[in-house]
Design a protein around this ligand. Sequence first.
Ligand code: HEM
Length: 127
Amino acid sequence: MLIAISTLAVLLILVGWKFKKQRAVHIPLMSLAFLIDFGLLLYIELSRQAIATLQKNISTGADEGLLYFHVMVSAFMLVLYFVQIGTGIRLAKGREVSRVFHKNAGLLFLACRLLNYVTSFFVVSKL
Ligand code: HEM
């Protein structure tokens, strides 16, 4: 179920990316993806004390490395969501200087979100 919700958020982001020049589509899709991802992160941490549980269930060094990688990429993704919202609002208000930053941070965000998605399949099996 959690993977299905996460997949939905990724799909919204990909469609929102495709419509990056159409504000009326781009902004609602990216905002909805943020709300879903933020809710998901809160739910996973609050309901399962995810990080503590994972630390208990991790046995090998390789597993531990992947777990920390997943946590780091997820934290970075969350920060970049706020960066995108901030620069996106400025861009929507006509501050064209924010465009290059929004675009480049957007690429970094996309990389983090996809890495989060791929590594989550491994992490979920340990929760
Ligand atoms: C993580 C979420 C987001 C990503 C990855 C993202 C990514 C992008 C990208 C790649 C562009 C195209 C820039 C260009 O080539 O010129 C763009 C445009 C834009 N984004 Fe976002 N964005 C996100 C969220 C948001 C949000 C939340 C807002 C508004 C609050 C927003 C507002 C805009 C606006 C106004 C444009 C310019 C559209 C135009 O060309 O008229 N974005 N975004």
